[in-house]
Every structure is written in structure tokens, then in C-alpha cells.
Design a protein around this ligand. Sequence first.
Ligand SMILES: [Zn+2]
Length: 227
Amino acid sequence: MDYQIIQMNENTWRIEEKGVRFFLLAGKERALLIDSGMQVHDARTIAESLTPLPVALLNTHADMDHLGSIGQFDEFYMHPAEAANYHGPGKLFPVEDGDVLDLGGRSLRVIHLPGHTEGSIAVLDTAGRVLISGDPVQAHGRIFMFGEHRNMETYIESLEKLSQMAAAFDEIWPSHADIPVKPDVIGELLAGAKDVVNGAVAGHEVEMFGHRAMAYDIGVAVLLCDL
Ligand SMILES: [Zn+2]
């Protein structure tokens, strides 16, 4: 399997696959995988090779490129609004906006960011001042906003909410494209998404996995929207 393990700091790793990445965060008592790969199906085994602590799983959302190793877990954290977008095995432990997961001396706060999907969540490593954003915040990537479960209006509201929290983190670690990303990117995405909704930016039609979508290049990223 083609992946690369990159240690981010003493107790944090990212696992890079072609086109997508996931994260392992360790506390003093347990560790948390944030997503579990696309082609990788043994994320738990990889995690257990990096830490002796028990490993739990959190899904930022239920798109297929984030669920590769879901079969290795009997249960996982996910926002309940994402259940309609999830068709796999296992038991969902609901986590909602403001919930705090304690890994033992390391607190992670859940931030609900609907829009890309209804139940998309980001994870704020409070002391580390890092936001692990999932898909809603990316730089120089393509943000999928076409098809079922997407909503541009709620996406814009989520970016507005996040821009008001930007004093809480110094870096953003997205699931795709650039890493790390500066918090300024939130404002750039917000302005670009508003331009798309207001018709201020021209798009062009593209084919994505058998769907027709409109691609809007807003500079900081490409938003792929319904026609
Ligand atoms: Zn994704």
C-alpha cells in the first residue's frame, strides 16, 4: 500500500496517501485517528505501530475517501447529522458542536461545519492551537460542493462561524491539498464562496466521476458546484 507516515510533533502523525491524508493524535491515556484513509484499509494497525495506547476513530464526515479502514473499528465518533450519508458497518458515538474529547492531558474540541456534508466536523487541538479541518477548509485543492448532501448556504455560514474562532488556532491541517494552511484561508474561501453564490465569478463545466459540475476557481481553491 502506498502511503507515507509523517510525524508532525511528539504525539501527532499524519498519514499521506495520494490525494488524501488522515491523522493520529496521542494523549497520555488514549489515541485518536481522525479519518482512516481511502485505499488504506489498515489505519488501525498503522496507528498501533506508532503508539502503545488504545486507538479510537473519529470520522470528519462519511465521504468514501475518509473511511478506508472503517472495517477495523466496531465503533467510531461522528456527527449524528452525517448518519444519512453513511452506509457502512459499526456503531456511531455521536459528537456534536462544542463536545470535548479528552485523550488524557490533551483536549480536542469538536466544531460542526455543515455544508460540504450535513455532519462535517473539524477538530480543534486546543493546546496545540491546530485546527484539523476535514474538507471544508482547503488551500489549492478542489472542494466538492456538488451532488447530494452539499449546501452552499450552510457552507458559507460554517466559514463565517470558523472565521470568528480563528484566534483559537495558528495552523489548519486539511484532509486534502496544502498542509499546513494559515487561518487567513478561511476569509479567502468565505469571500470566494459568496462570489460564487452571487454570480460574481464565472465557472466552467467539468466532468467529475460521471457527474457534470461547475468549477469555480476562486484563487485559494476550486469550488465544484451543481450546474
Ligand atoms: Zn475528502
